[in-house]
Design a protein around this ligand. Sequence first.
Ligand code: NI
Length: 138
Amino acid sequence: MSKLVRFGVSLEEDLLVKFDKHIKKNKYTNRSEALRDMIREELVKKEWTENKEVTGAITLVYDHHTRELVTKVLDVQHDYHTCILSTQHIHLDHRNCFEIIVTKGRSKEIEELYQKLKAIKNVKHAGFMMATKGKDLP
Ligand code: NI
């Protein structure tokens, strides 16, 4: 762990009041921890906009009885097999499936995979979570 450095921040009182309400609502114990998280969040976003190697998760909800839907979902995943680490398939009920696709690769490729899966006709819901490999994030 690198050494702690203190720095002063000047900002408008109204903004600080809003920030304090925000951190209280989000259960932070102090401003420093909230600020650290916000900075990390921005750095992860930067990794994604700069097409770095990142990790992420895609979720899908679909009815596996819908004709050819499973085949289409699998075809797209095979096209992107180099950036899929694992896929977990959960049978929610007799018809509905929930799938979690864990990815690692260039951000543009993962976003493309997500867009293609989301665009498949009759996919009920597609979710997306940006994450990081963590290696370049203190
Ligand atoms: Ni299923």
